[in-house]
Write a protein that binds this ligand. Structure first.
Ligand code: AHG
Ligand code: MN
Ligand code: MN
Length: 323
């Protein structure tokens, strides 16, 4: 099996980006170890603090964030970082060529039940002529990402990453401590009979989404003429990974539960990197109004509607909004 750096060189990834990716992955290896030892190391449960988004931080959210942040900022490759767990962007090296957005631990509600969690990251080039402490550097659309990926801390620690030349799977080989390429150019099947949505929000959805899901549930007795299965991991990393492995549609649609918060998932460190991975695997990733990666961001923690996965199924879902 091929090691990570030669695999990246084969895709003609520039050397400075490879160095940054190696730095990102060094952080994920340490997070993977901390996650596996959480109970033993007293890292289960919550802190007494909230992040800027008003969510109680788990102890592992904070540890993963500090690890990721310190390793990136010390590397010299990074001009600034932004994170779910940081109020604003954090400046790094003025000469750093890249900026990195990340969700240090996605699926935090799974921590205390020893279930699936992961780290999501998104890399852009740092715009020239802007100071390292200027958060406006992060106002770049997803279509300008140079790399995106996630690491899943599951039964095996898996890296899923793209630099714009396809989406590839790697597994952390603990015998030598590096990631090995296990699947190149993953493709998402265009059709599916599986969907992922938090059904408990049903009464708060837009009527189009409600009608679409109703028809999936009707199965072969309804207009779709085939039965659908449902899965919900409550960690976007887990749900998107399943979609990349065997197809499906994953959505966190707009809802009216809290009028001040119509969307749940964050654009910069959840929706954009996942969109890049999904599109590079032949899938679609949209809101009910258009392509996610074309959204011009207005703020670091902005939230967005997400509908992604198997091409034909996402298109069918969107057709309900046009009816
Ligand atoms: P995070 O743990 O980083 O805050 O993200 C959780 C997100 C996402 O991963 C997941 O798909 C969704 O929240 C789960 O939402 P529900 O709590 O509605 O299931
Ligand atoms: Mn998350
Ligand atoms: Mn998180």
């Amino acid at each position: 099996m091929q090691r990570l750096a030669p695999a990246l060189r084969e895709d003609n990834v520039p050397l400075d980006l490879i160095s940054l990716i190696k730095t990102v992955l060094a952080a994920t290896k340490e997070i993977s170890f901390r996650v596996s030892q959480a109970h033993l190391g007293g890292l289960m449960g919550s802190t007494l603090d909230e992040n800027i988004q008003g969510e109680i931080q788990k102890k592992l959210d904070v540890v993963a964030n500090e690890l990721f942040k310190d390793i990136l900022l010390e590397s010299g490759f990074v001009k600034a970082i932004s994170s779910e767990e940081e109020d604003s962007s954090v400046p790094g090296d003025e000469n750093g060529k890249f900026i990195v957005s990340f969700d240090p631990l996605d699926g935090s509600s799974n921590i205390d039940i020893n279930s699936l969690i992961g780290t999501i990251f998104s890399i852009h080039e740092a715009p020239k002529g802007m100071a390292a402490d200027d958060p406006d550097m992060f106002k770049q659309a997803g279509n300008k990402q140079v790399c995106a990926g996630y690491v899943l801390y599951g039964p095996s620690t898996m890296l899923v990453m793209t630099t714009g030349k396809g989406t590839h799977f790697y597994v952390l080989d603990r015998t030598h401590g590096g990631y090995l390429l296990v699947e190149r150019n993953v493709r998402i099947p265009e059709d599916t009979q599986e969907f992922a949505i938090n059904m408990s929000n049903q009464r708060f959805w837009h009527p189009a989404m409600k009608n679409y899901i109703d028809d999936l549930i009707l199965g072969d007795t309804g207009p779709r003429g085939k039965n659908f299965n449902m899965r919900w991991i409550a960690a976007m990393v887990g749900d998107v990974h399943r979609v990349l492995c065997r197809g499906g549609i994953f959505t966190y649609p707009a809802d009216s539960k809290n009028p001040n918060k119509p969307y749940k998932l964050r654009l910069m460190y959840e929706a954009n990197p996942m969109s890049f991975l999904v599109e590079q695997a032949g899938g679609l990733s949209v809101t009910s109004e258009g392509r996610i990666m074309d959204i011009e961001p207005t703020s670091i923690h902005q939230r967005v509607e997400v509908i992604l996965g198997s091409k034909n199924e996402v298109e069918t879902c969107l057709s309900y909004y046009k009816k």
